[in-house]
Structures are given as structure tokens and as C-alpha cells.
Design a binder for this molecule. Sequence first.
Ligand code: EPZ
Length: 416
Amino acid sequence: MDKLQIVGGKRLNGDIAISGAKNAALPILCAGLLTSGDLDLTNVPRLHDVRTMLRLLEQTGLKVTQDDEHVVLNGANITSLEAPYELVKTMRASILVLGPMLARFGEARVSLPGGCAIGSRPVDQHIKGLRAMGADITIEGGYIHAKCAKLQGTRIHTDMITVTGTENLLMAAVLAEGETILENAAREPEVVDLANMLVAMGAKIDGIGTDRLVIQGVDALHGTRHAVISDRIEAATFLCAVAATGGDIRITNTRTDIFDVALDKLREMGVQLTVEGDTIRARMDGRPQPVSFRTTEYPGFPTDMQAQFMAVDTIARGPSRVTETIFENRFMHVQELNRLGASISTEGNTAFIEGVERLVGAPVMATDLRASASLVIAGLAAEGTTIVDRIYHLDRGYDRMEAKLSAVGADIVRIK
Ligand code: EPZ
């Protein structure tokens, strides 16, 4: 099991290139099931979750050819409509094959994703929406069995805003009969990226970027070329790192218009940000000012940035409060941060952080993807050596993080 060994206290200086967004790439790969044409993708991040998704899709018969720059999918010869448990249990996003399989083939057998460290994460809204479109869905033996001769467009109002729920139902609706209206739709930039690509494939979607998507079903979609949107969560993670260590970095190959709330919070912390095209320059000296926030759906403060900002708050010049409203158990990093000398207490879904002068390195354990990133940030700022164990969590969602960090001066190595 790999670990990361970090010797903290080094300022960060230099350029970091941001990769494509994991949470855009995963639904976009599943859209390859919607057409018999070529889906020619660039800026696909090299992540464990992407490799898992490609393995799952290849098992259905989808053809995958890739080189350094491109991942080309072709769904002309799909031979299996099953997403098996052994793959789905490692990655919940596998549920995203359900909508496309039903839309194009009228059938799917998808293992129910288990919960995960940050919460139970049910998929009842995905099922409710597909049933509303006429799918006959039974759950048996841990699998979702779905059948439908032809999905019918209808109006669907999900009980809560769900990112992959919106994506699944959107991919179902593009080939359904008639008009589908998705109310209370998720507006995350990754949902927008998927929708824009579906339109390039011939789909008819109005309201992209709003909470109301109106889709006119078409008979078939053709292939297209698409560059996956840049990962705003990865960009914010590195900006939190420099907020914690001090330094002067440039984040390149990033979008600067899709995480304003996080950028505002970084300025509140005392980070000097200048935006030039697809580059954000971040300069930081001294201890950060504390920032309080509560996570909400886009365009609010992203839950996927909560742990990373909390890591910076641990050494801020004062107290702060963090409230997590999306997941019921997304404070797994709190105890681990406290092992590094942080002073955090929690009451329900709110964490109270006392800023301390300094953290001190220690062995800690990653529990989920963004918690791992939070521990890396804390380790970079701590005095002495921090060992982060179970970093397979980190590898699911970050493309060579230690290489990007050591290239800007961090003392961080992967040990087997
Ligand atoms: C997506 O997960 C992201 N994953 C998550 O990123 C992200 O944290 C989350 O959206 C919220 O932004 C991908 O896009 C692959 P939800 P998703 O459905 O779609 C409840 C990361 O770190 N809910 O928006 O699974 C659910 O339990 C990952 O990259 C239901 O109750 O999240 C949660 O409390 C972690 N029933 C809330 O809604 C449903 O049918 C939001 O979940 C669906 C969701």
C-alpha cells in the first residue's frame, strides 16, 4: 500500500498544470454508449477512477483506443449491458452507465453501488426518474434490473439536487421519445461540460447551466471531438496548498470562471490572486486569515473543496466554522488533522476550528479522496515529517499529485 512522505515547511514556487476534471470525464466516458460513432476525447485525466471506468466500458464491448493525447471510444458493437459488482463497488460513478444503456438498448443490469466513507449515497433519484420515463426497474440480488422498449419523455423533479442523478437522467432523455424536463437539475460545470458535448453529438438540450433542463429526444447521436473541462477541484486544492505553505505559484490550463466562491475565500485568507487567461497566479506570505463557510450545491461553496480549505483553517490566525450540508459524514479528515496538532471539534455537520501557530508532522491515514488531499496540504505546512497512508484514495482523483507538488519545491515522495 503506497504512502506519501512529506517534510513540511517548504514554500511553493513555480507552475502547476491542471488536468481534466474527473467528475466531467466519468459521465463523458459513459456517453460513449450513446452512439455508434467515434467519441474522440482529449484532456482526459490519468486517474485510477478513469481507468476503472474504461475497464467497465470495455467489458460492455465498447471499443477504447488511446494514445498520449486522445481517448477514442466507439460503441458500435456493445455486447453486454451489465455493470458488475466487483467494478461498481470500487467506484460509485459506475451508476452512470444506467441511463445511456437504457436510452440506446432498452435494458441494463447495474450493481447497486455500496455506500462509501463519506455517506450512504443512495441512487433512489436516478431510479425514480428512469421509472417516470417508463423504465421497469426491479432491485434483486444487489443489482438494478432495468428494462424499457423506449423511454418516454416526461417532467421529472428530483427531491434534491443530485449531480450524477442529473447526468444519468440527461443521458437517458437525449434518446427518449418526446420532451423531458429535468427540474431541480444540478448546475455544476461538469454537468454543463457533459451537456455541451451531448449537443455536439446531436442532442437537443435547452437550459444548460440552469436548474431546468429541457430535452427533445432524437433518434440517434453521432460522434464528436471533445476536450474535457479543466478540474476546478484540483486547481483549488493546489491554491489551498500555497495558502498553507506560502509561496508564489501559477496554476495553468485552468478555467477561472467556474469557482469564484473558492477564489473569493482564498482572497479572504490573504492569498493574492491574479487571473490572466487560463492561468491563476497565487502569492501568499504569513499565516492565513480564518475563513468560515457552508457547503452547498453549485454555484455555492463546493463540498469537494471543504476538507482542503479546512486544512488551511487549522493554522489560521483565529477561529472558523465549517458546515457540511451535502454529505452526512464528510469530516473523516478532522481526527487525522487533529493528530497533526490541529484543534478542531465537531457538532453534527459543523466543525469548529481554532487556528494554531503550527502543525507538527505525524503518521496519518487517508479515508476518502478529498480528505487525502487535506492531509497532504496539512503535511506540507507542518513542521517535520508526515506520512500519509492509504493514498490509493488520493490516486482515484488526482493525477500525479506528488510529482506536481515536488516540481514546485515540496519535499514529498511516494514510498511503497
Ligand atoms: C457527485 O457525486 C461527485 N461525483 C462528488 O464528487 C461530489 O461530492 C457530489 O457530486 C456533490 O457535488 C461525481 O461527479 C462522480 P449527489 P454524486 O448525487 O452525484 C443525495 C469527489 O470527491 N442523493 O450530487 O454521487 C446524496 O446522498 C466526489 O470527486 C440521494 O439521496 O452526489 C448526497 O447527500 C465525492 N439520492 C446528495 O444527494 C440520490 O439518488 C448529493 O449527492 C442521489 C443523491
